[in-house]
Write a protein that binds this ligand. Structure first.
Ligand code: PLP
Length: 420
């Protein structure tokens, strides 16, 4: 029997013991078979859930001292959690991936690990509200300056990043207005001053867009959304080069690892990501078309719709436009309320990226911390409703949405039961 030497150190980044997949394998093949390891107990096809906080240590004291990886404590690494980490790393095309207990866990750990007093972070003013809160409430207390830039300024990133900029944070498409930004141009501008470009890729999903391939240094996800896909877990991911990811939460002091059971659910959800995103894309495209001319709708916000420039950027950097869109209703807040009241199966709830469609009012959910004037400055009007289109049948979805809009437009215009 050949003796495998006991590992000398704790592996903190995903191990490299996964069975390699043929280089020609497509996305769904990689999603289904990624993260396979030869050392699962009992030859299970589905990775077991290692629901344990700790492991025998030092490893030579355990019965299975010949195992490939040494684990010490689940706040640092856990074999169940390594599986989805490997799949997401592969999908985004990075060298390393770390998972956290939520998207905000990943974003906070990333930002706090990379910045120090005196640094400046440049951020789009259309970022997820929680990220904006972190940048504007917490960072100034530690001497880090956060500079928010408008949609218009963000069109010319070379004029907004400066000598003190250490980090730039961009989302594309943005939340909730679905604006599209040129990630390649951002990468060039940010690298010119030696800073790091962090892209929140939650809305697009790596099936539709891979920012690392466009020049970004790091990608974060609220894996709670499309990656998990079933609205039943909270998770966050950061992906990038091994050297950058190693710097993030290097000693596990943020204390927000992904729990093994949530890691199992995330791995299970990931297997169908490409199939789900294909339907989300189709529903997004057809609902954007279907609602555009409705009398109750002033404007549909959908990736690439903002301008010819945005359309060109979206066509270049996205493989699909996703299932997120927002509608500005002509009747303001009252119309938004009536619309939500009229929905039959679209849930009225915050969040996104699940198999079920959700509708929410950003003023009351993701952007509730902003003052009325801040909301207006960001283009978030009273009648704005954000839709996360699920994987329901497109005709059913359109019917539910159009009938609810008909009720908003008024009884005279509504034709109960009319086909869409
Ligand atoms: C774009 C985006 N990034 C990050 C987050 C935060 O993720 P989590 O809720 O998993 O902490 C959200 C949550 O809605 C989001 O929409």
């Amino acid at each position: 029997m050949t003796e495998t030497p006991a590992p000398k150190e704790v592996r903190r980044s995903p191990g490299r013991r996964f069975e390699p997949l043929p280089p020609w394998s497509g996305i769904s093949t990689r999603l289904v078979h990624g993260g396979r390891r030869p050392d699962y107990n009992a030859g299970a096809v589905v990775p077991p859930i290692y629901q344990t906080s700790t492991f025998h240590w030092p490893p030579e004291r355990s019965e299975s001292s010949g195992r490939a990886e040494a684990y010490l404590y689940s706040r640092l690494t856990n074999p169940t959690v390594e599986v989805p980490a490997e799949v997401i790393r592969d999908l985004e095309g990075g060298e390393a991936c770390r998972l956290f207990g939520s998207g905000m866990g990943a974003i906070t750990a990333t930002v706090l690990s990379l910045l120090r007093a005196g640094d400046e972070v440049v951020a789009l003013d259309g970022l997820y509200g929680g990220t904006t809160d972190l940048l504007t409430d917490l960072l100034p207390r530690y001497g880090v300056r956060a500079r928010e830039i408008s949609e218009r300024e963000a069109r010319a990133p070379e004029s907004v990043v400066g000598r003190d900029t250490r980090l730039a944070i961009v989302e594309s498409p943005t939340n909730p207005l679905l604006s599209v930004h040129d990630l390649g141009r951002w990468a060039e501008a940010v690298h010119r001053v030696g800073a790091v470009l962090l892209v929140d890729n939650t809305f697009a999903s790596p099936v539709n867009q891979t920012p690392l391939s466009l020049g970004a240094d790091l990608v974060v996800h609220s894996a709670t959304k499309y990656l998990g896909g079933h609205s039943d877990l909270l998770a966050g991911a950061v992906v990038g080069s091994a050297s950058l990811v190693e710097r993030i939460d290097a000693k596990g002091y943020f204390g927000s690892p992904l729990d093994p059971f949530a890691g199992f659910l995330l791995g299970r959800g990931l297997k169908t990501l490409e199939l789900r995103v294909a339907r989300h894309n189709e529903n997004g495209r057809r609902v954007a078309e279907g609602l555009r001319d409705h009398p109750a709708v002033a404007r549909v916000h959908y990736p690439g719709r903002g301008s010819a420039e945005e359309e060109a950027i979206a066509a270049r950097q996205m493989r699909g436009r996703g299932g997120m869109l927002s509608v500005s209703l002509r009747g303001g807040a009252a119309a938004a309320e009536r619309f939500l009241d009229g929905l039959r199966f679209v849930h009225v709830a915050a969040s996104l990226g699940g198999v079920e469609s959700l509708a929410s009012v950003p003023r009351k959910t993701s952007h509730r911390h902003f003052s009325p004037s801040e909301l207006t400055a960001r283009g978030i009007d009273d009648g704005l409703v954000r839709l996360s289109l699920g994987i329901e049948n497109t005709e059913d979805l359109l019917r539910d949405l159009v009938e609810a809009l008909d009720a908003v437009a008024g009884p005279a215009e509504a034709e109960p039961g009319s086909p869409v």
